[in-house]
Ligand binder design. Structure first.
Ligand code: 7TS
Length: 422
């Protein structure tokens, strides 16, 4: 076989595996009509839609597996516990952690970050210490650190960014000092789409022995995660942003750090023994899983992970790169539209503003066309302030989106211009 032939065969092979029409069949909601028009769902950074496999798993769980976990000796409790712990193994493989007990189930990225800010920050931060975050954090990676810093009289430092929405790494390097005690940064910005060089950020922090949390909320649906390759100390994500149910997520933490941290919440399941005088805590990961969690959600998260792994991250990344390039060209070509967030490394997000039209009006008119985007500050008010705008309109992508849907977005924006004579 000639070289070209084998390359062609590989392409055909990929096309067969990444069959967009088949994939879209797996997501029933994508066939909804909105105001009589086919739904164009471009709000994936807010939450992703769920494949039938996840919807079915939820039904199956409540239909035939439901019981509380880790407590009963009866059959259903064993089934539920087995399914729950099986999902932990899937999350471990999904992020490539070393051990199941480094995966803690939480409500989502927000709770994961709070767990670390309170569990680590409260114990190890002292007056005058510094915590570094970046200028493009979601509020959930700002506020918990502000709360802990205020309590401990520690100082929050912020890595600035340029007009493209890229972090100024030189400034970060200058900021690092013996005072730095923690770094917490977002991997993919939800309002700009920037993919940050988290591996470099981690390496520099580690040179000073400083632990790093990566907020992976927006990364997990777009790229393969390898916490051991990144060498991050913590990695936080929400299930609902990776095709799983809401109300469930995971925190990865290196065992040696989690072991040194105090639990964030007290209650059932997280103890080894309790007397009125003294409580000793359970082993990892249970020490951090107080109370009855979202068992069905955890099972669904495991199923969602199976699903994305079957689609294949190599294929997803390649397809989405094309989609993002297509959308970027399309929006850039429209007179009066300005993209916000033009970093060289981007994933999944097209944030934009239009001359003379408020983003909320863009969103409302697009909705009439069946197009779902998000408008506002996207829980990143400091990003809006940095760019001197009150809000953006944001189209955000998942692997089930198509170029035809982006064409529909283009036509919708043309309509906005027509209505506003913009
Ligand atoms: N971190 C990032 C980068 C996010 O984008 C979000 C949610 C969170 C943390 C919090 O995730 P949660 O599941 O705990 O709420 N971002 C968005 C968004 O862009 N639009 O709606 C929610």
């Amino acid at each position: 076989m000639k070289k070209n032939d084998s390359a062609m065969m590989m392409d055909v092979d990929k096309r067969v595996r990444f069959d967009i029409e088949r994939i879209r069949e797996d997501f029933p909601i994508l066939h909804t009509l909105v105001h009589g028009k086919p739904l164009v769902y471009l709000d994936n950074a807010a939450t992703t839609q769920k494949p039938l496999h996840v919807i079915d798993a939820d039904q199956r769980y409540y239909h035939s597996q439901n019981a509380n976990i880790h407590r009963g000796v009866h059959y259903l409790s064993e089934v539920a516990t087995f399914e729950y712990e099986k999902a932990r193994g899937k999350v471990k493989n999904f992020v490539n952690a070393a051990d199941n007990h480094e995966i803690i189930f939480v409500r989502g990225a927000t709770e994961a970050i709070n767990l670390v800010a309170h569990g680590y920050g409260r114990k190890f931060l002292a007056e005058g210490d510094e915590v570094i975050i970046s200028a493009m954090e979601h509020h959930s990676n700002i506020v918990p650190w502000q709360m802990v810093c205020a309590e401990k009289k520690a100082v929050l430092r912020v890595i600035p960014m340029n007009d493209e929405g890229e972090l100024l790494m030189d400034e970060y390097e200058k900021m690092l000092s013996p005072k730095t005690k923690f770094v917490s940064v977002v991997m993919v910005s939800n309002s700009l789409g920037t993919v940050n060089p988290v591996k470099d950020i981690i390496k520099s922090a580690h040179a000073l022995g400083v632990p790093v949390l990566v907020d992976g909320a927006q990364a997990v649906s777009h790229m393969k995660i390898d916490v051991r390759d990144l060498d991050c100390d913590f990695f936080a994500f929400s299930g609902h942003k990776v095709f799983a149910p809401t109300g469930v997520g995971a925190l990865y933490g290196k065992a040696e750090i989690l072991d040194r941290m105090d639990p964030y919440q007290g209650g059932g399941d997280m103890i080894e023994s309790v007397t009125f005088e003294k409580t000793t805590y359970n082993a990892l990961p249970y020490k951090f899983e107080a109370g009855t969690g979202n068992i069905a959600g955890v099972v669904g998260l495991g199923v969602a992970i199976d699903y994305v792994r079957r689609v294949g991250f190599e294929e997803v990344e390649e397809y989405e790169r094309e989609l993002l390039a297509y959308g970027t060209t399309l929006l850039s070509a429209i007179d009066g539209v300005r993209l916000v967030g033009t970093a060289r490394e981007k994933a999944g997000v097209l944030s934009f503003v239009m001359e003379h039209v408020h983003p909320h009006d863009i969103g409302t008119i697009l909705d009439q066309e069946g197009i779902a985007i998000r408008t506002g500050h996207h829980c990143t008010q400091p990003v809006m302030k940095r760019f001197g705008i009150p809000a953006t309109a944001r189209a955000s992508l998942a692997f089930y989106n198509t170029k035809e849907e982006l064409d529909a977005l283009g036509r919708g924006i043309a309509k906005v211009k027509e209505i506003f004579h913009a």
